[in-house]
Design a protein around this ligand. Structure first.
Ligand SMILES: C[S@@+](CC[C@H](N)C(=O)[O-])C[C@H]1O[C@@H](n2cnc3c(N)ncnc32)[C@H](O)[C@@H]1O
Length: 348
């Protein structure tokens, strides 16, 4: 998948093929399209329409917004295929109904609401480009920002989590698991539900744990999935205490040397025969791969200590720690390429 101009008719197609008009003319308007989606979510437009169909005046009344301005927003959302329009009434497109309303069981509403936080981080792009110094996202977030971040991550895990959990190779008979940088704990929840003998400790920064606790509590996992506040880079991770250690979307936060040490310390915390699984978006070779690859490399470069990593780099940390890699590249369709770096601690 890539973001870009989509031709709407033959003339557009010819234009795109011949390079006229210039793509940047339209593509640089992307922020207004993005803001329309977020504003509609925040104002409750999708919730107001719900399973029914409303006129612009009815949407405006339900959302306490200006009728004419609301009509303009709704028409843009129709052009973006988020809404349908017939006989003066607007209804949700199928994918909007599935993903964007508050009571959708696998909805991404909270991920969309996190965009305002991410847009603030993106304000630092030019400064990052000049200095190479990333935005200190963890150091600059308010408590409400942490809340939006944890909710957003939880909603993101909704997208692929239930399907991906089936493919995560939990070692047979595993009892104890450590989920480093596990935030909302949903990955632990999914794995523990699939493996009844498994229980998990979710380690995350104190500010994250404070806001993640109510999100995890909703899952009703009791003491099978517990949160622990700490810093994975400095806290004692234990010794031969776990059968499975996962690090999902974590190592893009740290540079190579830090990850090498973290992986080695996590290896010490694994029991012999235990398994470590790192799950990350992958950095494609320059000029290759899908658009999301370079996007996430720049995004994480700008917001973290590093960008994305290749599967080879991640498996090299595991091998250096004494683990035996069993990596398998795993392509997450529709988003980009993500990798599972799976490695086992040898039996003594
Ligand atoms: C991108 S989120 C990923 C959350 C979750 N693993 C997932 O895949 O949905 C990264 C998480 O790592 C946590 N984190 C970052 N640095 C950390 C550290 N030094 N120790 C523990 N957790 C950390 C952040 O607070 C955040 O919750």
């Amino acid at each position: 998948m890539r973001l870009g101009l989509i031709p709407e008719n033959l003339i557009d197609r010819i234009g795109l093929a011949t390079g006229f008009p210039p793509p940047a003319w339209t593509e640089t308007y992307a922020p207004l399209y993005a803001r329309a989606i977020v504003a509609a979510t925040e104002l409750g437009v999708f919730d107001a329409i719900g399973a029914g169909s409303l006129s612009a005046a009815e949407v405006a009344s339900a959302c306490a917004t200006d009728p004419r301005a609301t009509e303009r927003l709704l028409n843009l959302l129709v052009s973006m295929r988020y809404l349908r329009f017939r006989d003066g009434r607007y209804r949700l497109a199928k994918s909007t109904a599935r993903w964007m309303v508050s009571d959708a069981s696998d909805g991404i509403r909270d991920l969309v609401l996190m965009k305002r936080l991410e847009w603030r981080w993106m304000e630092g792009l030019e400064s990052y480009l000049r200095s190479g110094t990333p935005v200190d996202v963890h150091g600059t977030m308010s408590s409400d920002d942490w809340d939006a971040y944890q909710r957003g991550m939880r909603a993101q895990a909704n997208i692929a989590g239930p399907r991906l959990a089936r493919l995560i190779p939990v070692p047979r008979g595993a009892r104890d698991m450590l989920d480093i940088g596990g935030s909302h704990g949903y990955w632990s929840v999914l794995l523990c539900r699939r493996h009844p003998g498994l229980r998990s400790t979710v380690l995350d920064l104190p500010a994250a744990v404070e806001r993640a606790a109510p999100i995890l509590a909703r899952e009703g996992m009791g003491d099978r999935v517990v949160l622990k506040a700490g810093d994975a880079l400095t806290d004692d991770l234990g010794r031969e205490a776990y059968d499975l250690i996962i690090m999902f979307s974590l190592v893009h936060h740290f540079d190579d040397a830090t990850n090498r040490v973290l992986v080695a310390r996590a290896c010490e915390a694994l029991r012999p025969g235990g398994r470590m699984i790192i799950f990350e978006p992958l950095r494609p070779p320059p000029g290759r791969g899908v658009q999301a690859g370079p996007f996430f490399d720049l995004y994480f470069g700008m917001t973290s200590e590093s960008g994305t990593w290749t599967l080879d780099e991640m498996t090299a940390w595991q091998a250096a720690a004494g683990l035996v890699p069993r990596s398998q590249p795993f392509a997450l369709r529709f988003i980009g390429e993500a990798g599972l770096a799976v490695a086992d601690k040898p039996l003594n």
